[in-house]
Design a protein around this ligand. Structure first.
Ligand code: S3P
Length: 452
């Protein structure tokens, strides 16, 4: 399954019990960062468990274009980095495809280099706001030589001779915005400080410390995190085992909850507390999810998740939980469709600027399949029905969004009538094995001929 211009529709049908033991691919956030930091550090970095999805492979290409040597050797990815401060000017534009994380973090990484770098992406990425990253870079001295209206791609950056260290308060809950400033700080003299009022995933901070960066985190009286990084230090290559992606595990997990009689185990899933909001929410809804064999794996907690089909009830998901489950709302909305009563999800403003406007895409997809929901400006309410009677039969517009595609294929495994999605090709950006893994567990998913 590859991401090309032709849409590839798919359809899922009510399935028999799902069972088995599976592993999901490596965490996408950690995979991007492993390649970036490995590509930047001096010496060798070895990565196992890397997500080999299209998004992450774009980051590998970008790092290669700036001087890193990156190759796959058996099960490992081996990198020889340039050394901090020694990236080379790329000869051609960096094409990040569908990947917001790759594009935004790399803008930070190169923004303080005195070189010219052009960023391009696909139709979805070209609609996404980049001003949130350019704002801090401009303060550090980066010139934006080219940008489409509203600070969108294609964008060309040129860094200053001497970047200025700044103190930057992140205006929205975004790990990408935080990370871009910290990465810009790596090539800036002195201390760059990021103030993060609402904590988001902390992989950049943790991993940079592992690579030897001088970075410290302190909480103030209001609970805001102050992250200080000292620029122009040495980074040294590391050995990294990427744990399974909780955002990918979410799909078989919710499928098992909804398909009667299911019992499955998803092994080696990242349990970093900035990423586990979905599990907490589903447990509050009554889901039987057992965290087994909790252990430390290279500085991150991982666990095996045993999931059994469960009766769910509606809950209110508070806005402060959003950063720890930001990519999981589409599939939570699917779970909520089968819960008794109403599920109210609050604080969803960031969903509007993901690979698609996910709030609108989810509400439209649910309605197309007979599910009662209300879309607010930054909220979604779903009034579920455990019997799912009359659900399904609709076609969902995925808007080049992998998580919309996977969430609605999960919906169709439990609805009375099948659910069709207009395009499954984007699934390859984050979870290339999705179809095989799900059908291997017993799910009925059919890929259709090309549309049109
Ligand atoms: C990510 C941060 C989140 C998330 C994305 C990955 C990261 O984006 O949605 O899938 O790896 O830093 P935002 O920072 O825009 O919330």
């Amino acid at each position: 399954m590859s991401h090309d211009a032709m849409p590839h529709p798919a359809l899922s049908r009510r399935s028999q019990a799902l069972s088995g033991r599976v592993r999901v691919p490596g965490d996408k956030s950690i995979s991007h960062r492993s390649l970036m930091f490995g590509g930047l550090a001096s010496g060798e970095t070895r990565i196992t468990g890397l997500l080999e999805g299209e998004d992450v492979l774009r980051t590998a290409d970008a790092m290669r274009a700036m001087g890193a040597l990156i190759e796959r050797q058996g099960d490992s990815w081996v990198i020889r980095g340039t050394g901090n401060g020694c990236l080379l000017e790329p000869e051609a534009p960096l094409d990040f495809g569908n990947a917001g994380t790759g594009a935004r973090l790399t803008m930070g990484l190169v923004g303080t280099y005195e070189m010219t770098t052009r960023f391009v992406g696909d139709a979805s990425l070209s609609k996404r706001p980049m001003g949130r990253v350019l704002d801090s870079l401009r303060q550090m001295g980066t010139q934006v030589l080219e940008a489409e209206a509203g600070n969108r791609l294609p964008i060309t950056l040129r860094g200053p001779k001497h970047a200025a260290p700044i103190t930057y308060r992140v205006p929205m809950a975004s790990a990408q915005v935080k990370s871009a400033v910290l990465l810009a700080g790596l090539n800036t003299p002195g201390i760059t400080t990021v103030i993060e009022p609402v904590m988001t995933r902390d992989h950049t901070e943790k991993m940079l410390a592992g690579f030897g960066a001088e970075i410290e985190v302190e909480k103030d009286a209001e609970g805001a995190r102050h992250i200080r990084i000292k620029g122009q230090g040495d980074l040294k290559g590391q050995t990294i085992a990427v744990p399974g992606d909780p955002s990918s595990a979410a799909f078989p997990l919710v499928a098992a909850l909804l398909v009667p009689g299911s019992d499955l185990t998803i092994q080696n899933v990242l349990m970093n507390p900035t990423r586990t909001g979905l599990i907490l929410t589903l447990q509050e809804m009554g889901a039987e999810i057992e965290l087994m064999n909790r252990r430390d794996a290279g500085g991150e907690e991982v666990a095996d998740l045993r999931v059994r089909s469960s009766k769910l009830k509606g809950v209110t998901v508070p806005p402060e939980r959003a950063p720890s489950m930001i990519d999981e709302y589409p599939v939570l909305a699917v779970a909520a469709s089968f819960a008794e009563g109403e599920t109210v999800m609050l604080g969803l403003e960031e969903l509007r600027v993901k690979e698609s406007d996910r709030l609108a895409a989810v509400a439209a997809g649910l309605k197309a399949n007979g599910i009662d929901c209300t879309e607010g400006d930054a909220s979604l309410s779903v009034r579920g029905r455990p019997d799912g009677k009359g659900f399904g039969g609709g076609t969902v517009a995925t808007h080049l969004d992998h998580r919309i595609a996977m969430a609605f294929l999960v919906l169709g495994l439990a609805t009375e009538r099948p659910v069709t999605i207009d395009d499954a090709s984007m699934i390859a950006t984050s979870f290339p094995e999705f179809m095989e893994l799900m059908t291997g567990l017993g799910a009925t998913i059919e890929q259709r001929g090309e549309a049109g």
